[in-house]
Design a binder for this molecule. Structure first.
Ligand SMILES: [Zn+2]
Ligand SMILES: [Zn+2]
Length: 144
């Protein structure tokens, strides 16, 4: 743990270390096909931060990037293959995977891209068909 309000994260092997500080802009689950295939999991838990809140403290030279689209620069550690975060330049936000932040108190507020879901999660949280209108989506909420 770093200073108050700061949480440490790392890749699978620990070669890449980073911190997040302050409060995230949003937290939730993304069900989109890209996130599922990238994370090799049925759903991806995200925390979105302003770029200034995310600092790589070790192993920056080990971080590689893949852009399937210009909207997402997906980052991982070249030593272990562990994923760390995804930059979303058009939103000026960084998605740090909650699984890479073991001590961060993850409090999901929303599900996005639920129309692509392969794992229904009946937790009572709003389920956006794609993404909220302020993120460029339709803002349509669909049933669980
Ligand atoms: Zn690693
Ligand atoms: Zn996604």
């Amino acid at each position: 743990m770093g200073q108050t309000g700061s949480y440490s994260g790392s890749c699978f092997c620990g070669a890449v270390q980073f911190t997040v500080s302050g409060d995230p802009v949003a937290m939730g689950y993304c069900h989109c096909d890209s996130c599922r295939r990238w994370s090799a999991a049925p759903v991806n838990a995200f925390t979105l931060w302003k770029p200034a809140a995310v600092h790589v403290t070790r192993g920056a030279e080990k971080i590689l990037t893949h852009n399937k689209t210009p909207r997402s620069s997906r980052k991982w550690c070249k030593s272990c293959g562990g994923h760390v975060f995804t930059e979303h330049p058009q939103w000026e936000l960084i998605d740090v995977y909650s699984a890479a932040l073991p001590e961060f108190p993850f409090k999901p507020g929303v599900h996005v891209n639920y129309q692509e879901s392969v794992l229904r999660i009946e937790d009572g949280l709003p389920k956006f068909k794609d993404v909220p209108a302020e993120m460029g989506g339709t803002g349509t909420v669909i049933p669980e």
